[in-house]
Design a protein. Structure first.
Length: 381
């Protein structure tokens, strides 16, 4: 890796910001006795795994590719999970897994013998049919959910085949009281089963890095849960590890006016920050021309809609109140661009893929990865 002149668009990962989040994760584990695994479905940019791994206990995955990446590039445990494993991939999954969690009774019956023959602990995903999620698209307990088993009588029938369970029913939950009440419900439903197990993963989606989150109360609740049931608690933070630790830096390519001021940047919400399009959220502008930006609606502010450069009519980063109109050549940085961004980036319209840049503890910018035509071509047939 070498430091070079930076051409937009690029994702910039801030190592000091990563460390701030990870130190909170580490403290929670120290206080509670829980173990934390990075959720690779949220963030899998392995160029900073050397920074992250000392704070965490390993990784958790959602596919063969992710569990392999965790094994090869991240120290610690590798937990393998998938909504459904194919027969032709299970042997390779087991090569990389330290634990394997099956989503259903069918998957458990099909593959548990192979796992146990290799001494790999086996788990089952449970669905408590309640959740803390504001988005139906991300709600594991949505009606007719396929994510985990809920029938207590059937679960009791297979408990001797497993050593642990995974329960993931939070999404951006920043309320300790809501989490604790949910855990009460989970204990009421499944507590008698937990006493027959060695470990319980409570998944991710707990926003405990918020400045006002009662971390000590969460730690005590997790410790109480662990001691009551005699299990090792695992957490699977994704967003909590990387929140606010990256930005997407773009350049204004054109400006127009159609009832409002419009600007087009050299990136795409569909290709480079897809989650915001899916959830209909606005990308936060954090910098304009390298200056920190506070967006305040005033009488003198200019309302500007910032568009991506793809042909999708709704390729919109958001509408912003700016002190001055944007000009061609201005640089605009969108914040919180780590979670569910780089793992979802795509080649829609053949729009140039953002480079991945790392800002180290001394502020030095280093280009970790660039993408070009051959990468675009190789992604097709």
């Amino acid at each position: 890796m070498t430091t070079v002149s930076l051409t937009t668009p690029y994702y910039e990962i801030d190592v000091p910001a990563l460390r701030r989040n990870l130190s909170i994760v580490q403290r929670l584990c120290e206080l509670s006795g829980a173990k934390a695994l990075l959720a690779l479905k949220c963030f899998a940019t392995w160029g900073v795994f050397d920074v992250m791994s000392p704070y965490l206990h390993g990784t958790t995955s959602s596919s063969l590719n992710e569990v392999r990446l965790g094994k090869e590039a991240f120290a610690g445990e590798t937990h393998a999970y998938s909504v459904a494993y194919a027969e032709n991939e299970i042997d390779e999954v087991l090569e990389y897994a330290d634990k394997i969690i099956f989503n259903s009774f069918n998957q458990l019956a099909a593959f548990k013998d192979k796992a146990q023959a290799q001494g790999i602990p086996v788990g089952l995903r449970l669905n408590p049919q309640t959740s803390n999620s504001s988005f139906i698209i991300a709600d594991p307990a949505r009606p007719f959910s396929r994510l985990g088993e809920h029938d207590i009588n059937k679960i009791e029938g297979v408990v001797s085949d497993i050593s642990g369970v995974m329960i993931h029913n939070n999404c951006e939950n920043d309320s300790f009281d809501a989490f604790s009440a949910s855990l009460d419900d989970i204990e009421a439903k499944f507590g008698h089963l937990f006493k027959q197990l060695d470990w319980v993963s409570l998944g991710g989606g707990i926003h405990f890095i918020a400045p006002d989150y009662p971390l000590e109360k969460l730690a005590e609740r997790l410790k109480q849960f662990s001691e009551t049931h005699g299990v090792q608690v695992y957490l699977e933070p994704g967003e909590a590890c990387i929140h606010g630790a990256a930005k997407l830096v773009t350049t204004v390519l054109d400006t127009l006016h159609n009832g409002k001021a419009l600007a087009v940047v050299d990136s795409s919400i569909e290709a480079h920050m897809l989650d915001l399009l899916i959830y209909r959220e606005t990308a936060p502008v954090v910098e304009i021309n390298a200056e920190a930006c506070q967006l305040i609606a005033t009488e003198s502010a200019t309302s500007t809609i910032i568009y991506g450069k793809s042909c999708l009519a709704g390729d919109i980063f958001g509408e912003y109140q700016l002190a001055q109109p944007l000009q061609i050549g201005d640089r605009v940085a969108f914040g919180n661009a780590a979670g569910y961004t780089m793992v979802k980036k795509n080649w829609f319209n053949g729009v140039a893929m953002p480079s991945i840049v790392i800002r180290d503890d001394e502020g030095k910018l280093t280009v970790q990865k660039t993408f070009g035509y051959e990468d675009f071509k190789a992604s097709l047939s």
